[in-house]
Ligand binder design. Structure first.
Ligand SMILES: Cc1cc2nc3c(=O)[nH]c(=O)nc-3n(C[C@H](O)[C@H](O)[C@H](O)COP(=O)(O)OP(=O)(O)OC[C@H]3O[C@@H](n4cnc5c(N)ncnc54)[C@H](O)[C@@H]3O)c2cc1C
Length: 403
């Protein structure tokens, strides 16, 4: 890849206050994605060699994990403590907490086991906000269409429909739990929820709280879980293998208690995997904004038990993040910055993409600037300026994976 334009040269070309129109590139979206998105290209995919998805295309780093040997085979589990429960939830982020609260509300006894502490997760790091169609100029139908279009019509329509229909109810549920959202008017009570326009959307539908929406969400979820007598929280107890019954169905899990350094077998009538994503695998060697727990554990455990997985060849590479200084590499510059008017410039001061296109398109456009030598370069890292139209700060951007 070309070295790029030195950071100081790029800065000297930057003219504050000059409005820039987007460069007119005659390139089809498909061509841009195929040429520059990390899902494509020679290192993009391999065929899985084992398991129920054998032959399916898979991201290579993830394929290595899915095809690795189970370390549990070398462990003597005789004498390990055995515990029974109705529902075992594995993972202590937003998904795990919501699942545990829902099961407990139906009268189930729940164990929520998490790798680190309750709330140590990607959920707590979410900044920009949550999408839900609540505006007068919006509808679940529009949200449905926008979501399918942004996913190049590869999403499962039934799942997308469920998500967009649930959106407004989930927001109401979070508000009932005590979650705060920004309002249009600065009033402590009342006022409509403030809505921002996400990339690739036809209406404003991001709901947020300051720039720490996930932290605020996790605050109320954690409190609700702590106060729910039907949920026992087991911190620092990662699941290391799933258990199956005589018919091969999931019947529990082997947990490893990191404090006592002992294994515990949990037998459960239902097991919910809520272990989050794979960003910390540093897919294709990209920096990441993801939490340390995001190492695809649930995918690997489920695959070893015979679950069919989907979309293994497609990951989100968030377009904007910190490239410099190096110790902050991977830190997120949230979509809220672009939504509020930040523009992306290459090292020559050109605006090369509409910043509110879907994330895969913006990410691919940035990678194209890097590949063509038009990105700026600081301390060996390539990136592009992110210039908010109204704010007075500048930063080079890179691509944290999976945020
Ligand atoms: C920096 C950043 C910003 C983001 N901003 C937004 C945003 O603005 N809007 C938005 O919609 N989304 C955003 N996202 C994405 C969003 O945070 C995630 O999609 C969502 O939080 C995932 O929730 P989850 O409960 O599935 O996973 P997580 O919140 O990641 O929780 C997974 C949990 O499982 C635990 N775990 C993992 N392996 C094991 C194991 N073997 N045993 C037990 N526990 C395990 C982890 O420690 C963690 O507690 C952002 C993500 C990041 C990283």
């Amino acid at each position: 890849m070309p070295a790029g334009i030195p950071y100081e040269d790029a800065r000297s070309r930057y003219r504050p206050g000059v409005a820039r129109t987007v460069r007119n590139d005659d390139i089809a979206v498909d061509e841009l994605l195929k040429g520059y998105h990390p899902d494509h290209g020679s290192n993009g995919r391999v065929a899985l060699a084992v398991g129920v998805n054998r032959g399916d295309p898979c991201q290579p780093d993830l394929a290595r994990c899915l095809q690795g040997n189970a370390l549990i085979d070398d462990v003597d589990l005789a004498g390990a403590q055995l515990v029974s429960t109705d529902v075992l939830v594995i993972g202590g982020g937003g998904g795990g907490c919501a699942a545990a609260l829902t099961a407990a509300a139906q009268g189930a006894q729940v164990i929520l086991a998490t790798k680190l502490r309750l709330g140590d997760s990607n959920t707590v790091m979410a900044e920009g906000g949550i999408q839900a169609a609540i505006g007068d100029d919006d509808s679940p139908q529009l949200h449905f269409e926008d979501t399918l279009r942004a996913g190049h019509f590869r999403g499962e329509p039934e799942l997308v429909a469920q998500m967009v229909m649930d959106g407004p109810d989930v927001i109401r549920w979070l508000i009932r739990l005590g979650m705060m959202f920004d309002q249009e008017e600065d009033r402590p009570f009342g006022g409509n929820l403030l809505r921002k326009k996400p990339g690739g959307a036809s209406a404003a539908r991001i709901l947020s709280y300051r720039d720490y929406t996930g932290l605020e969400m996790m605050r109320v979820l954690r409190e609700a879980v702590d106060m729910e007598p039907g949920v026992a929280v087991w911190n620092r107890c990662p699941a290391v293998e799933l258990l199956s019954d005589e018919r091969g169905r999931c019947a529990g899990a082997v947990l490893y208690n990191l404090e006592w350094r002992t294994f515990v077998l949990v037998r459960a009538r239902a097991v919910i995997l809520a272990t989050g994503g794979a960003g910390r695998l540093h897919l294709n060697a990209f920096p990441t904004s993801n939490h340390y727990g995001a190492t695809a554990d649930g995918l690997v455990l489920a695959y070893r038990l015979g679950a069919r997985l989907r979309e293994l060849d497609s990951f989100q590479y968030h377009p904007t993040g910190i490239a410099y200084p190096p110790h902050l590499a991977g830190g997120l510059i949230s979509e809220a910055a672009r939504s509020a008017g930040a523009t992306l410039l290459n090292g020559e001061g050109e605006r090369f993409v509409d910043e509110l296109k879907p994330r895969d398109v913006v990410a691919s456009a940035i990678l194209r600037e890097c590949a063509q030598g038009a990105a700026l370069c600081a301390a060996g890292r390539l990136g592009c300026f992110s210039i908010p139209r109204r704010w007075n700060w500048r930063t080079p951007a890179s691509l944290p994976a999976g945020s």
